[in-house]
Design a protein around this ligand. Structure first.
Ligand code: GLY
Ligand code: MN
Ligand code: MN
Length: 460
């Protein structure tokens, strides 16, 4: 499937990739971040390169925090942010240019590029990090570093801190506290800029196109992996900055009840449902959609009944998304609709409030309804306010709404016809001034429409 990049929202995203993410965007973000860290020094490291085995590399993807603050996509880089130094607030350590190494692994920005293209006030080869870090960090009142994310970097930072601890009694210098930059960064990242929303919108749109392609192709006898290939082809073919945001889930039959089923190695049977959870990433921003397809083109009555409950919960949750509502409020409303449905279908017996109170529903609905969406599929941002209580939604936040009911194949004391059925429906919603805007309805979710699309596929 070829996408028309001049007509689709992807074209807009591709243009945005070139024009809307210039160095001034990252500079403005760093300024906001620096305000948050006061008189401290922040050290933010690029993601490490990972090996599968021997010398085979895992495709590299930059650490989202590092990308958010620098736009720099290469590994072996460290950003040091020093608000206390008026001239050098942003120092970037990078791999130097090296014609021989670049022959093997591609062009590097180098020290000059770090200054010219990425707006670093100062740039140095990464090999100089340890010797220069002490002077950069010493004047700050705290070291802002995400301990626990990468062992090798942790060791270097602990050595630095240990050095200050030894010298502080006599010299009276060096930060006393080590603080997690997430405390400041996550709050910035959870409210999206218009240019970020444009990319998330494009990623959501592309995710929907891939789900539509899967709906039009699914049939009994097909391998789950074939559906995965079709979806990921749709992502990749859309542009060089496009790909899967996470491991595509194609779970047929009882595979639909496994939340993060990624083996995708089963052939789809007659009259089975296929749960597809797949999202595209465009220029580092993610979409995340789940749909459930009837392989034969028609849901069986129990499949349809379960689908109906989850769909009702989805629409209830989405209808609540608006400034002032909370993430917990959305979850509680969704949970109530699901539990009422579980009672109607005979999965649970008893009074709805009691079943919520006792958490008996967790046998069938064991996850939260929403997560933030952005640079990461499970994006940065707390779910509770600093003073306690669930986070209040504000315009510019993007979240998923994804209710589900999963009845294990060997579940006891449930009507037989629901065993081995898992239904999850997932959309992405932008919080606007007026309420919530669904970004993912380029693919149908209504049960009749889904059947129509699947049944219209033609062929055998
Ligand atoms: N695709 C993972 C999730 O829905 O959270
Ligand atoms: Mn999700
Ligand atoms: Mn998902």
């Amino acid at each position: 499937m070829t996408l028309d990049r001049t007509a689709s929202p992807l074209a807009a995203a591709a243009r945005a990739h070139e024009t809307d993410f210039g160095p001034e965007v990252f500079r403005a973000r760093r300024e906001r971040f620096l305000e948050g860290i006061g008189a401290g020094t922040a050290v933010i490291a690029a993601a490490p390169e990972l090996l599968l085995s021997r010398d085979t590399e895992v495709p590299y993807r930059q650490n989202s925090d590092f990308f958010y603050l620098t736009g720099f996509l290469e590994p072996e880089a460290v950003a040091v942010l020093t608000p206390h130094d008026p001239e050098h607030r942003f120092t970037l350590f990078v791999r130097p240019r090296d014609p021989e190494k670049e022959t093997w692994s591609g062009r590097r920005a180098g020290v000059e590029g770090a200054r010219e293209a990425y707006g670093a006030d100062a740039a140095h080869p990464i090999a100089e990090l340890d010797e220069r870090l002490k002077d950069l960090v010493e004047p700050g009142d705290a070291l802002w570093y995400a301990l626990g994310s990468w062992e090798e970097m942790d060791r270097r930072m602990l050595a630095l801190v240990a050095g200050f601890r030894r010298s502080r009694p006599r010299q009276g210098k060096g930060p006393v506290d080590v603080r997690d930059p997430a405390g400041v960064l996550d709050r910035l990242r959870m409210v999206k800029e218009p240019r970020e929303i444009a990319r998330i919108r494009a990623a959501a749109e592309l995710s929907a196109q891939a789900h539509l392609a899967a709906m039009r192709a699914v049939r009994p006898g097909m391998g789950e992996w074939e559906l995965q290939a079709l979806i990921e082809h749709t992502f990749r073919a859309a542009g060089p900055e496009c790909g899967p945001a996470y491991g595509t889930i194609v779970g047929s039959g009882a595979g639909s009840t496994v939340l993060h089923y990624v083996t995708n190695d089963r052939r789809i049977g007659d009259d089975e449902i296929v749960l597809v959870d797949a999202g595209a990433e465009i220029g580092y921003y993610c979409g995340d959609i789940t749909r459930v397809l009837p392989a034969s083109g028609r849901f069986t009555p129990p499949q349809r009944a379960l689908y109906g409950v989850v769909h009702r919960a989805l629409e209830t949750g989405i209808s609540l998304v608006a400034p002032g509502e909370t993430v917990l409020g959305v979850h509680e409303a969704v949970r109530r609709v699901l539990v009422e449905g579980m009672v109607e279908l005979g999965l649970l017996a008893g009074d709805v409030d009691g079943l919520i109170e006792s958490e008996a529903f967790k046998r069938f609905f064991m996850h939260q309804t929403s997560h933030w969406l952005g640079l990461d599929v499970h994006d940065a941002g707390p779910y509770t306010e600093p003073g306690g209580g669930s986070v209040v939604l504000r315009p510019g936040m993007v979240l998923t709404v994804e209710p589900g009911i999963y009845v294990a194949a060997d579940a006891e004391e449930v009507p037989d016809e629901y065993r081995g059925l898992g239904i999850r429906l997932e959309d992405n919603v932008l919080v606007t001034e007026a309420g919530g805007e669904i970004l993912t309805r380029g693919v149908p979710v209504d049960v009749d429409e889904v059947e129509r699309v699947v049944a219209a596929r033609g062929g055998g």
